[in-house]
Design a protein around this ligand. Structure first.
Ligand code: GLC
Length: 622
């Protein structure tokens, strides 16, 4: 026992020694406060001591294989606990279904305490150490993560560090006029500074929550609220805020969480006369978080939520020597994918994939077709401009297209935060509805349904081929369509993101084994691809990934190569049968779904279909 203690201690000391100087340097640069730094260090030690033996063991294994999460078996699924299984204990009962869906990474959407009706889908946290009562308890969370660990399922949770709910203890005390707590937020007794901020800071929710400040008449102050008025921005210039939030982060990590999603990270540092996004201090903080996790819980990954243009996203990986996040969302690729669906023109997507494929392989992206948030049309408009496509009218086209109003569209969905001033709007809908499954179902049109399913499956096949880790939104594996019931709920009706956050339909999920049903067809075809992905090493994150010319603007081709194995994927984004004029003359290939052997040149691809071709192993002559 004693020996174990000293061994544990020496592991900690080694990690600390490796990182202490840099951490201290960064901390002092930001806060110049050595007593607060000493307090931070004491607490890191405390959280390490508290971390349970099983987690410490896993940390050591993961430290030895730092690429553990970059393998081809990784497949994520995200869901709201209540929508998926009622509560935490319910999720534990659904682990078999997740395994059956080939999922080994689950993102539990926000589940910490949040005021009913003023929660922004849980992103307004009132207690970082308490689970919402209706979902369970911290103990149940630990039971769930332990059960997942047994099945090798990784668990991700949100760490909403930019703001707290107005009901958080700090906010309540601040509201009572307690200066110590007011200094943890941004308070102003008149509007002169808020007005100055408003000149340079864009709006996150221009329609549902305009402005970046909220007037609190009871205390005669403005408070900064970049998101909803009940989400109060934390002031990270105050070292107390940083320290306490790090303790919350480690407390949560110690509950057995594998991936911490740092919510809205670009926003966490504010400076007058700037846009308050991606400031350099944000990177100092994320780097410190990375170091802190390397010291206390190196098995835990940081996933940054950076919904920005590519040149703003990539810096959140840090450098190879001084990494920040382990993983980031591939947001521009996601938006460009839907642009491609609407235009049947893969050129912009190809360009975007080339940019991502050119990045160091240590930079791991989470790929997705959609998440719980809206799709913002953050495309490369400079390139589109050279095709005489103007940003404003193109966004209008995309929004009209996906509402089903324009073009040959079968999509269904709704606008999000349509800004009457800028004319800008984002879009909401499930993958299935955007692919035409909702419309075909409603019209009972079998032919249209088959086409819609083909598009849906092709998009997943293409996503699995991208460099990084694919993540599904729960329900997409069975083609779940939009849920319009949010319109009847008082505190949801103004937020159209709820259209694609519907409850998992377990009745429909019963059809997964019936290959004639919509659910069965999608589930079965995706499952086939997921199994291919899991068995073929060319799908690891370290593989070379590149695009191949097809000489047809609606056909995309992606190649992957790893340790002698090569796979190419061909994807037809149009409703017409096409020929991909690729000419890979390095041998024969096998269609990985049908098993047919063929040449990889002049390949016929039916409308909205795809092909995974694997290069046959060379036959060695004796
Ligand atoms: C993130 C979340 C989003 C939320 C916002 C504010 O962007 O994904 O759902 O509204 O942060 O916390």
């Amino acid at each position: 026992m004693k020996q174990d203690m000293t061994e544990q201690e020496s592991i900690y000391e080694k990690r600390l020694a490796r990182h202490h100087d840099e951490l201290r340097w960064l901390y002092m640069e930001l806060y110049d406060n050595s007593s607060m730094f000493a307090e931070l260090c004491d607490n890191l030690h405390g959280f390490y001591d508290e971390r349970n033996g099983e987690l410490k063991k896993r940390d050591l294994e993961r430290e030895k294989h730092t690429d553990w999460y970059q393998q081809n078996d990784m497949l994520g699924m995200m869901f709201y606990i209540d929508n998926f299984a009622g509560n935490m204990a319910g999720v534990a009962k659904k682990l078999d279904y997740l395994e059956k869906s080939n999922v080994n990474y689950i993102h539990l959407m926000p589940f910490l305490d949040t005021p009913e009706g003023r929660s922004d889908g849980g992103y307004a946290v009132s207690d970082f150490r308490k689970v919402q009562e209706r979902l369970g308890t911290m103990e149940e969370l630990e039971n769930l993560t332990a059960a997942c660990r047994k099945k090798n399922i990784n668990v991700c949770m949100d760490f909403v560090m930019n703001h707290t709910s107005e009901e958080h203890e700090w906010a309540r005390k601040a509201r009572q006029g307690n200066g110590e707590y007011m200094s943890r937020y941004f308070f102003f007794d008149n509007d002169s500074i808020p007005q100055m901020y408003e000149k340079t800071v864009p709006q996150v929710f221009p329609t549902t929550a305009p402005g970046n400040f909220t007037w609190l008449p009871d205390i005669g102050h403005y408070v900064m609220t970049s998101f909803y008025p009940y989400q109060w921005d934390l002031n990270y210039k105050n070292p107390r805020v940083f320290n306490e939030m790090m303790y919350n982060f480690l407390y949560l990590a110690n509950r057995g969480i594998d991936v911490i999603r740092i919510d809205a990270v670009p926003y966490i540092w504010k400076e007058l006369n700037t846009n308050c996004r991606n400031l350099k201090q944000v990177h100092t903080i994320v780097r410190m978080m990375r170091i802190i996790s390397e010291i206390v819980c190196p098995g835990v990954l940081l996933l940054g939520e950076v919904v920005m243009e590519p040149e703003k996203v990539v810096p959140y990986f840090g450098t190879v020597d001084k990494p920040e996040c382990h993983m980031l969302y591939n947001v521009t690729t996601m938006a460009t994918t839907w642009h491609t669906v609407a235009t049947r023109d893969v050129r912009l997507l190809k360009k975007q994939l080339d940019i991502v494929n050119g990045l160091p392989k240590e930079y791991v992206f989470l790929n997705y077709l959609r998440c719980h948030d809206d799709i913002g049309w953050g495309l490369d408009y400079t390139t589109l401009q050279s095709e005489v496509i103007d940003e404003r009218s193109h966004k209008r086209y995309l929004n009209n297209y996906f509402q089903g109003y324009e073009g040959e569209s079968n999509s269904r969905g709704e606008l999000y935060n349509a800004d009457p001033v800028t004319g800008d709007a984002r879009f909401c809908g499930t993958t299935a509805s955007m692919c035409g499954i909702e419309k075909a179902g409603f019209e009972q049109d079998d032919e249209a349904m088959e086409r819609a399913i083909r598009l849906d499956v092709m998009l997943h096949a293409y996503m699995f081929m991208q460099s990084g880790i694919p993540v599904l939104y729960s329900g997409d594996e069975i083609g779940q369509v939009n849920d319009y019931t949010y319109k009847e709920v008082q505190n949801k009706m103004a937020d159209s993101r709820y259209i694609h956050r519907g409850a998992m339909n377990w009745k429909l999920a019963e059809n997964i084994n019936d290959k004639t049903s919509v659910e069965g067809r999608i589930f079965h075809r995706l499952s086939e691809l997921e199994k291919i992905r899991k068995t073929e090493k060319a799908f690891v994150c370290q593989a070379d990934t590149w695009t191949i010319d097809t000489y047809d603007d609606s056909v995309l081709c992606i190649g992957r190569y790893y340790e002698g194995e090569k796979i190419i994927g061909i994807f037809n984004f149009s409703e017409y049968d096409k020929t991909a004029w690729i000419n890979e003359v390095d041998g024969m290939y096998t269609d990985m779904v049908s098993g047919e052997t063929m040449k990889a040149s002049g390949v016929n691809i039916p409308a909205y279909s795809f092909m995974y071709l694997k290069k046959n192993a060379a036959i060695r002559s004796a």
